[in-house]
Design a binder for this molecule. Sequence first.
Ligand SMILES: Nc1nc2c(ncn2[C@@H]2O[C@H](COP(=O)(O)OP(=O)(O)O)[C@@H](O)[C@H]2O)c(=O)[nH]1
Ligand SMILES: [Mg+2]
Length: 220
Amino acid sequence: MKIIELGATVTASNDADAQALREQLKAQGVLLVNVMSAAGSGKTTLLSRIIRDIAPLKVGVLEADLASSVDAERIAALGAKAIQVHTDGMCHMDAGMTAAAVNELGAGDCDLLFLENVGNLICPAEYDTGAGKNIMLLSVPEGDDKPLKYPLMFQKSDAVVITKTDALGYFPFDMERCIERIRRLNPEAKIFPVSAKTGDNMETLENWLHEALDEWRKQA
Ligand SMILES: Nc1nc2c(ncn2[C@@H]2O[C@H](COP(=O)(O)OP(=O)(O)O)[C@@H](O)[C@H]2O)c(=O)[nH]1
Ligand SMILES: [Mg+2]
């Protein structure tokens, strides 16, 4: 497994770097999706399911973590292109780091490219990575109050995936109240309650990804 070590990139403007990466990927017809959530919400499990379901679309994954290469290995075992990025202790990916990882992976032959960002609900929301779409996961065991505590990530996300719905009977999670709280922060966000374990409602999320890719390529 290829592992690259990246520290924060020091450039004049993260936003300019992000815009440059978006333009590069648009010209290549590759849609980069930044996937954010707390640690353990189910990002790698969700991506594994998507990779299996969405074939023959070609998927690449950039796995960002502080240490290890377990997630990139899980993804590579499914036959997708994957690279592990170590962030030198940083709690997020910035645009320069993302561009370096994209170029190291060689993403030009991918349709969809996912960045599994470092697991936490705070810093990843503050940095534009150059992604065409930002999505976040909130899992049922985390509780329906998270939009109240970490509003920025909910505001920055094009889609909120409420995952582990197979566990709804075991946790006091009020789906309606949660959706209402997300709507108040971000009326435009798509909201997909899914279970990556059972596959429940995954097709609505995957259809949205297909549409997002079509739309992205029309803009090129
Ligand atoms: N019940 C249930 N467990 C899940 C689901 N998705 C992930 N998990 C479990 O949650 C834990 C963390 O998942 P992982 O994908 O590694 O989360 P990540 O840290 O966000 O990448 C693992 O034990 C998964 O098996 C789901 O939809 N339902
Ligand atoms: Mg993971």
